[in-house]
Design a binder for this molecule. Sequence first.
Ligand SMILES: Nc1ncnc2c1ncn2[C@@H]1O[C@H](COP(=O)(O)OP(=O)(O)OP(=O)(O)O)[C@@H](O)[C@H]1O
Length: 303
Amino acid sequence: MTAHPVPLRGAGASPLAAGAATEPVIRLQAVQKTFQLPNGQRFDAVCSVSLDIAAGDVFGLIGKSGAGKSTLLRLINLLERPDAGQVRVGGRDLTALSRAQLRETRQNIGMIFQQFNLLQNATVFENVAFPLRIHGRNATADIDARVRECLALVGLEDKVHSYPAQLSGGQKQRVAIARALAPRPQVLLCDEPTSALDSETTQSILDTLREINQKLGVTIVIVTHELSVVEALCRHVAVVEQGQVVEQFAVREPAAERLTVLGRELDALVRRRAREAALDLELAQEAAGVPAALRVAGGAAHV
Ligand SMILES: Nc1ncnc2c1ncn2[C@@H]1O[C@H](COP(=O)(O)OP(=O)(O)OP(=O)(O)O)[C@@H](O)[C@H]1O
């Protein structure tokens, strides 16, 4: 896939980025979300969570069904408004903003969903142009250029006139990624982005997300129930249980002890994949006739 350079939202380029150099791009401080249930009872979905996510990171949120992962993710762009606590993104406290300011600030936070959430009666072009048009400040030529740039980034230049119904699941998710990136966000939130896709398509979407992170520096936060997704994509992970972050760690640094079963399972997977990669490398070198003394180690020893 050809990737076209897209200008980064630089630290000095936008008031949204003010303060970003001095604190993590995402900072949740004691955020709380309680839902009122139909029977009148109250349910604490997120309980006083504090979490820092550094600029440029790829951060996974894992946990059992109902643990509060999606609610936590949706607190980051205030799709869910916290009952208490602060949500800071790009140095701004989102909870203190007016509606108009929040609309503006949300351009800095793209989001993709399990079911893609595309406009069915709009072409691929119009889907990607949508977030640029609703802010009404972009000239038509600029929108056109930006839409094509984003579609190139996800390898879908040739689908510009197609409708969502004419696309595969993976292509729909690529359109959703292009749409999320169109306003040049610092942060991309992903809510189970590969859960509706087969494993091959999942791999190619993960490759695209990795490329976006590496080339554009966009910080990615991803909710998933698939440990393989975390292993393949994330640098850091937090395990969520009953509305709380019970542990967080660097994915590539398996430890002797973890607090949670999911943490232990993820470590085991990381170790297994590292061993497999080391073996593959060894076999490839052997097949290529590289003398044993000159072979490069695969790195499994580190984990
Ligand atoms: N709008 C709402 N009203 C009432 N309860 C809600 C609402 N949204 C979420 N919940 C409840 O909050 C809890 C956490 O939900 P959430 O979707 O964040 O969990 P999750 O970890 O993402 O689960 P899953 O992996 O199944 O999507 C669940 O028990 C859910 O039923």
